[in-house]
Write a protein that binds this ligand. Sequence first.
Ligand code: GRG
Length: 295
Amino acid sequence: MSTLKKALADNAKAVGGVLDELLVIGDGPESRVVEAMRYTALSGGKRIRPFMVTASAKLFNVDVDAALRVAAAVEFIHCYSLIHDDLPAMDNDDLRRGKPTCHIQFDEATAILAGDALLTKAFEVLADEATHGNSAIRVELITALAKASGDAGMVGGQMLDLYAEDHALQMPEITRLQRMKTGALIAVSCEMGAILGHASEKACHALHAYAHDVGLAFQIADDLLDVEGDEKEVGKKTGKDAAAGKATFVSLLGLERAREQAELLVDQAASHLDIFEEKANLLKDLAHFVVHRNT
Ligand code: GRG
């Protein structure tokens, strides 16, 4: 196993442990919502965003437990977005991470509630003293994650994605949509590592530039997987963008140029981290992994 694959697996296990501890099934009938939250949050996934939090935090020698709690908060937001994105009112998907989606496994209303509760759980975790002793840092973390997840970030991007269903978007608009929908959560994952580490302005800037390029490369890879990926391997339905007639990086650039663009972006992303020297090697490797993944 490569060093990155081992680091990703170790981190996924550690984050999984924290997610497990934070999602406690109670005695009452309302615990069904926690079962639905656990169903999605503990269903695997690559845990790329949590890795970005902990790997960024490591650049600044941040306490591992604090970084893992922040990583768990980001993964809660990601899982909520997947549950809601799969709903009949949105993408109407039956398969996610190789398993029935949350609303198929439970029911639509429970899936909506599970998404809502994962969203709020993320902020409950960040607001807790166990995450960081300094309340000013906790507020900074909460503000960054709220901005990245809300109308100026992921939710706004999802709104644009719905708009794109009956409007032909061009490259600058698609880029903006994807920066908001996918890129904002990826960027904030690195940013929160920097917040925990009281990083200098120069270090924050470098991480931000890295995350920006990785976010776009990630989305291009996602578009390529939608065209070329094997449904069983990817763990979700493919061919959806073309079926919906949606403009994507691949439909606008073509397969070849989209691939080239993704490679260019990851090389550029890695070069932004040169200031951290070999300490940033795993994050550099992650950038390459993001475009060469098959799930
Ligand atoms: C419904 C508020 C709301 C937002 C939805 C991010 C998003 C917005 C929806 C996810 C749908 C999607 C397939 C987006 C493309 C990029 C993406 C986020 C892929 C899934 O992320 P991975 O590959 O998933 O990191 P795993 O399963 O590995 O965690």
